[in-house]
Design a protein around this ligand. Structure first.
Ligand code: MG
Length: 383
């Protein structure tokens, strides 16, 4: 599929929301409102560029929140000006699909993005739409009611999809539109409507936050926990490798790979959280490919499997059990190496150590044991 662009308009001040922080910066189920739809776009395979149009006075704040993969530009004085600013920041050919979305609609799914792009194949524009289930009345100035035929009416949501060149041209002459589709309607373009969803509703009033929390939480997957355990025995050698750190020692650890107990246990914890078997299933010791392998690649592979399954690593906790070598002097280096490999903040990575008070095989200094726990947190919904 052709590479597409996306623009999230987040420059509004949200005057109907009352005082308090602008709604794009508020928290919804532990994540900022803007981050919900930004992450949906970033995860979609067809979206090559994402631009967020931020309030003029908070572009730096927005950049910190959404991260460096996203271009942040300042908004204009009207919604239409802000949309233009966002479109101008895309560096894509004129026939590229582009989706324009309101930040105040956090319930964006990958499926909606795909459906809009597909609908664009034989239309000039596409948008999600909902039927109007309630009876509609027109209230005259004297309060007299008259019925409105709701059958032909639709509630139009965002994202709305266009081809970049055509929406830029269509918006050129416009001052301030209710939505971007209006610019295409004005030139008689063919619009294809796809099924909308209540989750795509706009956060407008204070109560909407609670309603949206319920809508999104019932569909949100829950975090997953996994544990892992590993043992390697001492053999000849002059160092051991634990959590990616080489520690000089009078013996080495025997193993097919580099025998990194900490990272083996953690790899198993992540695989366990995913219910995807164990490290031996993925990296069989019988396969010469893994002879003397660095265990970082096992761990990184487990992280990629988590990513594929829609999970990010939340936090990890590794415990090493041995009498020697002493772990404490190397603990910070082990945490740092693990955090670097997994691209996690240091405060989400714990490495601890204990002895077994001289008891058992670790107490007899025959080997080292390790255990680990990992929590995987769901990324935004995928359908
Ligand atoms: Mg092992």
């Amino acid at each position: 599929m052709k590479q597409a662009g996306a623009v999230i308009v987040a420059a509004g001040q949200g005057s109907r929301m009352g005082s308090g922080p602008e709604k794009q910066y508020r928290t919804l189920l532990g994540r900022r409102v803007i981050s919900w739809s930004a992450e949906a776009f970033l995860q979609h395979e067809s979206i090559a560029q994402l631009v967020i149009v931020a309030p003029r006075d908070s572009t730096e704040r927005m950049q910190v929140i959404v991260g460096s993969d996203v271009k942040v530009v300042p908004g204009g004085s009207t919604r239409t000006e802000s949309v233009r600013a966002g479109l101008n920041a895309l560096d894509l050919p004129a026939d590229s699909p582009v989706l324009i979305h309101d930040a105040a609609r956090p319930g964006l799914s990958l499926k909606v993005i795909s459906s809009l792009l597909e609908a664009l194949n034989d239309a000039d524009a596409s948008a999600p739409a909902l039927l109007v289930p309630d009876a509609l009345k027109c209230v005259a100035p004297d309060n007299r009611l008259s019925a409105v035929d709701r059958a032909p009416l639709r509630r139009i949501q965002t994202p709305q999809a266009f081809r970049l060149g055509s929406i830029v041209d269509a918006l050129e002459q416009q001052k301030d539109l209710v939505d971007d589709l209006a610019a295409m309607e004005a030139i008689g373009a063919k619009v294809s409507l796809i099924a909308g969803h209540e989750r795509l509703s706009k956060l407008t009033y204070e109560d909407d936050f609670e309603i949206m929390s319920r809508l999104l939480s019932t569909n949100a997957p829950t975090p997953r926990l996994g544990t892992g355990y590993d043992v390697h025995k001492f053999g000849t050698g002059d160092h051991v490798i634990l959590c990616g750190v080489k520690i000089p020692h009078s013996q080495g650890l025997v193993g097919h790979s580099d025998a990194d107990i900490g990272w083996h246990a953690l790899t198993d914890a992540i695989l366990g959280a995913l219910a995807l078997g164990d490290i031996g299933d993925h990296f069989p010791p019988s396969d010469p490919k893994w002879k003397d392998a660095e265990s970082g690649q096992f761990l990184k592979h487990a992280q990629l499997l988590a990513d594929d399954a829609g999970y990010a690593i939340g936090n990890v906790d590794i415990t090493l059990i041995c009498e020697e070598p002493k772990i404490k002097p190397h603990r910070d280096a082990m945490r740092t190496r693990t955090a670097e490999l997994l691209e996690l903040p240091l405060n989400l990575v714990s490495v601890k150590a204990t002895t077994s008070e001289g008891l058992g095989f670790t107490g007899r200094r025959e080997g080292i044991a390790g255990q680990a726990a990992a929590v995987l947190t769901p990324k935004p919904m995928v359908d």
